[in-house]
Design a protein around this ligand. Sequence first.
Ligand code: SMG
Ligand code: MG
Length: 375
Amino acid sequence: MQIDHVTIHELQIPLVSPFTTSFSTQYARTVVAIEVAARTSAGEVTGWGECGALAEPVYSEEYATGAVDVIERFLLPRLAEAQRDGALSAETCASHVESIVGHRMAKAALESAILDAQLKASQTSFASYLGVTASSVPSGVSVGIQESIPRLLETVAGYVDEGYQRIKLKIQPGWDIEPVRAVREAHPDVPLQVDANAAYTLVDSAHLRGLDAFDLLLIEQPLGEADMRQHAELARVMATPMCLDESVVSAEGAADAIALGAAAVINIKPSRVGGYLEARRIHDVARASGTAVWCGGMLETGLARGANAALAGLPGFTLPGDISASSRFYDRDLTTPFVLRDGRIDVPTFAGLCKQPDEAAIADFAVDVRHVDVS
Ligand code: SMG
Ligand code: MG
């Protein structure tokens, strides 16, 4: 395929309610969406890709306007150069931008847009590209830190009533044992897990062991992003399975985490690891060693939610993902909404990676639009 133009959309989409984690409260989602206009043997196609970076570098170093900058100034010129020598494909995209260090979320957005165009051109769904035969995947929901335990119980009860099959509670020092106990008492059988987004240190080991009483599926990223060895140490003293999110950004890193005993479970977020192709490699590495994985989320819009559902149809994804309905975060999504059916999200059958965006929504939420010529 040959790409002539790329449009970088920066959008701001309001959330249905504020989402508080140990590192921030999000009131709206700043989304960078990449639109590529490609010429293929099947004619002209448009591909879309969504960037996982938040507005500020608080989850990882990447942030939305930084991603726009790196895509425009560093990634697209390399892609333009590469396609002068031959046709582009999603499978070669990463190799053309590998001289740029890091910026995996920016790279993932670009690779996704190219993969979307490629799959649309060949009339292939992302599920069949992956070899996924599942028609739906179980849906979990991530519940932010609330102002009080009664408010938390109300929120969780609402999600359980909607049919969500697993509840993940965000925790931080001062909001951990008691909220988890309250939810476990109210819902003795609900699959439950917690996510600290790196809010603790090893000094907190004895305190964190208090969570072992609540039959949790896992504890996600209690310690810092760089603390792989310390996670292994904490895993040895806790009964709750250790899950890494922020610390695993590649298949090599996943292999190290598993070998060190730092991860009994891995949260695979395609955006965090540089795209869906690397996400599949992490799945393969984990599966070969019997390590469970599940699909994480970055409050994806309809542009990426379906691709996450397809990925989660791979056989190693044995735990429900943070793949909730559009309505969990958005009153108005960028596409027709993803809905829950019996606590599950359908694996898309349309050609490509992304649902067709609603152009009016893209225009209404636009903060900045840049056109880049890459011919
Ligand atoms: O997309 O359902 C979702 C959000 C899931 O909790 C979620 N993501 O660390 O796993 C995580 C967080 C990162 C984003 S917090 C703003
Ligand atoms: Mg997490």
